[in-house]
Ligand binder design. Structure first.
Ligand SMILES: Nc1nc2c(c(=O)[nH]1)N[C@H]1C(S)=C(S)[C@@H](COP(=O)(O)O)O[C@H]1N2
Ligand SMILES: [Mo]
Length: 248
């Protein structure tokens, strides 16, 4: 299903670019969905960036939301935060903003919430439907006042992916301000479990599983992705050549 939809997107891109045969080549495909080229392509294509992801009925919710990737960061810092029920956890909001912030969970709960029942699709070939509740990212960005030069939002996570470096991901402002893009603190009516990203994780519903950063510690507004990790905008983008734009 995912592959089929992605093939359709790819087909549309190829037609627009006028190079059907070339686009089937893996290198061209990677280049097409890198952060740099994605914008040019999206502008020329007919893709509606603001369309909503499908929302499901409560009876369609999966009985179990399978954890994937890191299921517990297990670092001394994270364990300390967890033991205290995340009372000392703070989400740092910084980079190209006029008002840097450090938000507690209680403060995040004070923003307007949104709830959505959506399907999570992992590239590894499994899906799960869950009811997410959280704060639209737009609200936090509006409170922090993005500066003119900001073009991407980067998410920094608590899990150590090797050498003390955490998982990280990024999205552009179109996705950052999308109504279904939320900083989620609850899944299926319960506070987020550690396995699913406690205390806070990103939901960016038009994209694949690896974009849904768990264990958020900081969000940063940047002008370019060059200085983020290896420069491709995300942990798996840098380490496994995954597309930066993982549209579904
Ligand atoms: N911090 C962090 N976020 C992450 C990952 C991870 O390993 N660390 N894995 C990603 C992948 S590949 C998927 S499919 C989803 C899994 O979310 P879940 O554990 O709630 O199922 O989280 C994504 N976000
Ligand atoms: Mo995934």
């Amino acid at each position: 299903m995912i592959l089929h939809r992605r093939a359709l997107i790819l087909g549309a891109a190829a037609t627009l670019a006028g190079c059907d045969r070339l686009a089937k080549n893996a290198t061209v495909r990677e280049t097409l969905f890198s952060a740099e080229n994605f914008h040019k392509w999206a502008q020329r294509s007919l893709m509606a960036r603001d369309a909503l992801a499908h929302e499901f009925r409560p009876d369609q919710i999966s009985p179990f939301f399978r954890p994937n990737g890191t299921a517990n960061p297990n670092t001394p810092e994270y364990k300390t935060l967890w033991r205290n029920g995340f009372a000392d956890w703070r989400l740092k909001v910084g980079g190209l903003v006029d008002r840097p912030m450090s938000l507690s969970l209680a403060q995040l709960h004070g923003f307007r919430h949104r709830e959505q029942i959506t399907r999570h699709d992992c590239v590894e070939g499994w899906s799960a439907i869950g009811r997410w509740r959280g704060v639209p990212l737009k609200q936090v960005l509006d409170a922090a006042r993005l500066r003119d030069g900001a073009r991407y939002i980067v998410f920094h996570c608590a899990d150590d992916m090797g050498g003390g470096k955490g998982y990280y991901e990024s999205i552009d402002l179109t996705d950052a301000f999308h109504p279904q893009t939320i900083l989620a603190f609850a899944l299926n009516g319960e506070p987020l479990r550690v396995a699913n990203g406690a205390p806070l994780r990103l939901r960016v519903e038009r994209q694949l599983g690896y974009k849904q950063a768990k264990y958020l510690m900081a969000i940063e507004a940047v002008a370019s992705l060059e200085s983020v990790g290896g420069g491709k905008g995300g942990f798996w983008e840098d380490h496994a050549g995954y597309d930066w734009y993982a549209g579904i």
